[in-house]
Ligand binder design. Structure first.
Ligand code: GLU
Length: 476
């Protein structure tokens, strides 16, 4: 799909990194130290399936250990290769630095199409891959903590956590060896939808930035903005659902691997999602028009384009025809370095991946902290908070009686105010705060420096500065 004159994903990330460091004044050698990937481990292992041994190839790449543990997902896809995991591991370093999650960057992958195996076979494969990584400390709560990525989810994370516990029976922090687990197996509420929720919060932060909106030629609120989403997987689905149901956006097209659905009046995300879950395809979906060449819809007239699937989908072959004034990179690396240059020249504003999809790792951070502290967030404070709120409500009720018809409490104030924050509310508030603080730090550089014309360079500057500061503090 990507033209052959395009650099590889890894090279693309390096080009973007180099553009940013050219504007910095790093000590000699440090730039190279930050850019390179520290280590990539390749493992080939056999699993007996359907009467014969099948060999699988997996990777775990560690980009930077300026902070430990290192963090990043494990993906299951036939497209997995060393170049890809290294690019993704590098993005994890910058992503964690930008949102101040105290981790280095890592990424793993298994070259497999999970749809070719049943659940039991996937469990055997996952446990064997985890075994290979655990015995080399490449999965470990203090050193390297994976999470879900494309093709994996809570189920795989639960198997990995269990495998670790079997191999480290006395490690009291064992459950923190992986994040994105189901809530009944040490997970945290709000992790599954975290990346999509983060995309929503990122857009909300952008829409509050007057200068940014002006640069994109946009005005008003998210209400009725036309949005094209590519990929209705975990990230695309949740982002599109929240944006349409809570912010009033119109999802005018959904692009999937087998075509695209489109409707100017707005698609019902939940009903498309259910259709795909039932039929495994968008084909036949009754309530909208369909275009077989789905990628064409990337070029549709819209206000916001959300690539939430693969890397490299906006490249030299289509960048010039993209009409959206604002692209938010919900996937990792969806815009190649070449396309990035074309779009920058056209004035398209791109909210970069390392910020836009950082909601996942942010909530992973909360889950890891919860696991290490061995207590659910809010468990100690909730009742006490509710008791203090009750005092205020009692006083207001007294006033209410005293003032008679002149004043009364608004109907659901009491219900809302009395409820102390539970885990989900705390996770959401932590995520919202993280996304808005990180946006401010990028925007300050973007609007404040004449030599920085785009948000991606601004994001790199902020994160590289943080990584450099941490190396300096270590005496490197
Ligand atoms: N796979 C996700 C990402 O690319 C999440 C990583 C994590 O939570 O560690 O950001």
């Amino acid at each position: 799909m990507q033209p052959s004159n395009e650099p590889s994903f890894r090279e693309s990330v390096d080009i973007m990194f180099n553009r940013a460091v050219a504007l910095m004044d790093l000590p000699p050698g440090l730039e190279e130290k930050i850019r390179v990937c520290n280590a990539t481990y390749t493992v080939r292992f056999g699993v007996r399936l359907r009467g014969k041994i099948q060999t699988f190839t997996g990777y775990r790449s560690v980009h930077s250990e300026h902070m430990e543990p290192v963090k990043g997902g494990i993906r299951y896809s036939l497209g997995v290769n060393q170049d890809e995991v290294e690019a993704l591991a590098a993005l994890m370093t910058y992503k964690c630095a930008l949102v101040e999650a105290p981790f280095g960057g890592s990424k793993g992958g298994l070259c497999i199409d999970p749809r070719d195996y049943d659940e039991h076979e996937l469990e055997l494969i996952t446990r064997r891959f985890a075994y290979e990584l655990i015995k080399r400390d490449m999965i470990n709560p203090a050193q390297n903590v994976p999470a879900p990525d494309m093709g994996t989810g809570e189920r795989e994370m639960a198997w990995i956590a269990d495998q670790y516990k079997r191999m480290n029976t006395t490690d009291i922090n064992g459950v923190a060896c992986v994040t994105g687990k189901p809530t009944n197996a040490g997970g945290i509420q709000g992790r599954t939808e975290a990346t999509g929720r983060g995309v929503q919060y990122a857009l909300q932060a952008f829409f509050k930035d007057e200068k940014g909106m002006e640069k994109a030629g946009l005005s008003g609120t998210l209400q009725d903005k036309r949005v094209v989403v590519q990929g209705l997987g975990n990230v695309g689905y949740h982002a599109a659902k929240f944006l349409s149901e809570e912010d009033g956006c119109k999802i005018t097209a959904i692009i999937e691997r087998d075509g695209a659905l489109f409707d100017d009046a707005g698609l019902d995300v939940e009903s498309v999602h259910q259709w795909i879950a039932k039929h495994g395809t968008i084909t036949g979906y009754p309530n909208s028009k369909m275009e077989a060449k789905g990628a064409k819809l990337l070029e549709a007239e819209c206000d916001i384009l959300i690539p939430a699937a693969l890397e490299g989908v906006i490249n030299l072959s289509n960048a010039a025809r993209i009409k959206a004034p604002l692209i938010i990179e919900a996937a990792n690396g969806p815009v190649t370095a070449g396309a990035d240059e074309i779009l920058r020249e056209k004035g398209t504003v791109i909210i970069p991946d390392m910020y836009a999809n950082a909601g996942g790792v942010t909530v992973s951070y909360f889950e890891w902290v919860k696991n290490l502290s061995h207590i659910r967030f809010g468990r100690m404070q909730r009742r006490q908070e509710e008791a203090r709120h009750q005092l205020v409500v009692d006083e207001l009720e007294r006033l209410d009686r005293y003032l008679g018809d002149a004043w009364s409490m608004s109907p659901d104030f009491k219900k809302k105010y009395l409820r102390g924050a539970g885990e989900l509310e705390l996770v959401r508030s932590g995520l919202d705060d993280t996304m808005s603080t990180a946006y401010q730090s990028m925007a300050e550089v973007w609007h404040g420096r004449d030599d920085v014309s785009d948000l991606r360079t601004a994001a790199y500057l902020v994160s590289i500065n943080k990584v450099a500061a941490s190396y300096k503090a270590k005496g490197l």
